[in-house]
Design a protein around this ligand. Sequence first.
Ligand code: GDP
Ligand code: IMO
Ligand code: MG
Length: 425
Amino acid sequence: MKADVLLGLQWGDEGKGKIVDVIAPKYDIIARFQGGPNAGHTLEFNGLKHVLHLIPSGIFHEHIINIIGNGVVIDPMVFKREILALEKLGVNPRKNLFISKRAHLILPTHRLLDAASEAAKGKEKIGSTLRGIGPAYMDKTGRNGLRIGDIFSPDFKKKYDFLTEKHKQLLALYNFQYDLKEHEPSWFDGIETIKQFKCIESEKYLNDAFAEKKTILAEGAQGSLLDIDFGSYPFVTSSNTVCAGACTGLGIAPNSIGKVIGIFKAYCTRVGSGPFPTELNDATGEALRKAGNEFGSTTGRPRRCGWLDLPALRYAVTISGVTELIMMKADVLSDLDTIKVCTHYNYNGEKIDFLPYDLTAFPLTPLYKDFKGWKTNLQKMSADTIPAALENYIRFIEQEIKVPVSIISVGPDRTQTFDRSGVLV
Ligand code: GDP
Ligand code: IMO
Ligand code: MG
């Protein structure tokens, strides 16, 4: 068997959580492969709305095993909070949630270092979610990190104190004020909660699962344009959000990847700083934010909104070898008379159709093609009443990107999902 990978093709918040929850019943295992509590994945069903940060989006299906992979960075405080919230809803994640022993820990001082680093950058800040992601991955690649496996070691506290001391020296260099006592008790409580879960060699578990013909879906966080290597650096996150990240973040081989499912919004959003060629700083952008309820699921910050950007989408599809597309939030465009799609950029006086290395080095103007709006309330649509204008919009994207759109989503609820190619049956 092979593992399918589901990932975001833009700057995150494409609707990954919703779709993982919808397609989860087709899989035995859902495994998150990177990121951490910077993610906010929203699920809506039966009148319930729930946001997950660390826990994979298959958790509401009790027969599906959910795995937090080695590529994820875990904040025990957030983990405990998420478990309690699930238990309040009657979900018992102790039965079907496993954690990789190789996943790294986010310490309270990582969170403080994130805040100190952003404050020091001033206007140049990344716009981080301040969840300690960058500093935790820095310690991972710097070979100083603490892992889930370490929490079972008798000298865990000694290891924790050693790393924390180092962080305190860095915080002093930043001249950053803090009170660690505010953060440590809930963090150590979280460690005790994690100890009640099955902490495993998840790479072995997953490779054994292949042999047992089990089906696996690898769930990505963030989006391809926030990838540490291929995103708009330095305005990116600190992990590989592209398909290759599923191999390193779960310990599965490249030739065990099956479908690569790429998710994009029918327009674009970005939260935090960094270049955004098709951004709309006008009434249309404001209307999209309102209609799409574009406020961060993790931080509540307003998301920047703009038109769909095909050169950027094509780039993301190429890097990950996307085999099928899912288009989200078409309903948000329903009131517009005209919808624009960026097909090329005018970059330093030249017409190009690819994403250049530096989006800010030279003047860049997006070139648009206009589409007639569908002006139909899609949230009430059925599969056989897809408006011709919407079908036309989708066909154009398929032609340009050369990958089929298999599912369209027209509302936040599980049921507001349409299958164009029989993938859900
Ligand atoms: P994720 O991080 O990729 O899982 O996405 P988020 O949950 O951060 O953001 C997506 C937001 O859009 C959430 O509030 C979802 O409930 C909502 N959503 C998902 N799909 C649709 C859709 O098709 N239409 C509308 N209107 N909202 C959607
Ligand atoms: P999901 O999984 C949208 C953005 C932040 C910031 C940059 C770096 O819900 O799609 P970090 O906290 O990683 O240091 O922030 O990346 N960012 C996200 N934007 N969705 C996310 O996750 C994000 N996770 C991080 O806003 O610009
Ligand atoms: Mg999100």
